[in-house]
Design a protein around this ligand. Structure first.
Ligand code: ZN
Length: 215
């Protein structure tokens, strides 16, 4: 097998494990015609523009915030919430979870929770930076009561600066998908109107990740 095939088989097995593991959310139910837009790595200098754009488009989203950045911008943390979005943790300093010891991992997540001022409901949600997770970090998070949020459609907006590439990647969306996007990038911001228009033309409704998985 060539490397691409090996990588895709690995990704397939990883996804199957995530889908079967209680406490991990990767893809919502396909029967509901709903999808979730998610944005990692904020808050930053473009957050207000992202929030204004989502207001204009009239859709909610889920933001996975870096704890240290959230701690320095409590005004923006309030603003995400005030405008009806879900906020959740994305590590305190964006270090890979599989490179942190169990204690350091849980301390980072707790400090992020403090910076966020708590989350909407029940189990706090967390997305591992770079999606890096091993068995130890996964079990530690779930045992500590976190919901681990992955994604099912990667826009790959971190590997381009062309908004049309991102729109094209998101055109593969189907009901139940969780779309991975990032804050702080003008090209991602510019892609949003076309992404949302395509979703709506396909009869899909944008909801927060929490609502996508709620019964
Ligand atoms: Zn990230």
């Amino acid at each position: 097998m060539n490397n691409v095939v090996v990588t895709s088989v690995r990704a397939h097995i990883k996804n199957a494990v995530f889908d079967a593991f209680p406490g991990v959310r990767r893809r919502g139910p396909s029967a509901s015609r709903r999808v979730a837009l998610t944005f990692d790595d904020g808050p930053d200098h473009l957050t207000e523009r992202y929030l204004d754009m989502l207001d204009q488009l009239g859709v909610p989203a889920t933001f996975f915030l870096v704890g240290g950045r959230a701690a320095s911008r409590p005004d923006l943390v309030r603003e995400y919430r005030r405008r009806g979005h879900q906020i959740a943790g994305h590590g305190y300093d964006h270090k890979r979870f599989n490179q942190l010891g169990r204690r350091e991992l849980l301390e980072q997540c707790a400090a992020t929770e403090t910076a966020l001022g708590g989350q909407l409901s029940g189990r706090p949600w967390v997305r591992p930076p770079h999606g890096s997770l091993d068995a130890t970090s996964l079990l530690s998070l779930v045992a500590a009561g976190y919901t681990v949020a992955m994604w099912s459609l990667d826009s790959r907006d971190y590997s381009t600066n062309s908004s049309s590439d991102i729109v094209r990647a998101c055109a593969r969306v189907t009901a139940g998908d969780v779309l991975l996007l990032h804050e702080g990038q003008q090209w991602t911001l510019d892609a949003l109107p076309n992404i949302v228009a395509a979703l709506q033309a396909a009869g899909l409704e944008c909801v927060t990740m929490h609502d996508l998985f709620a019964n």
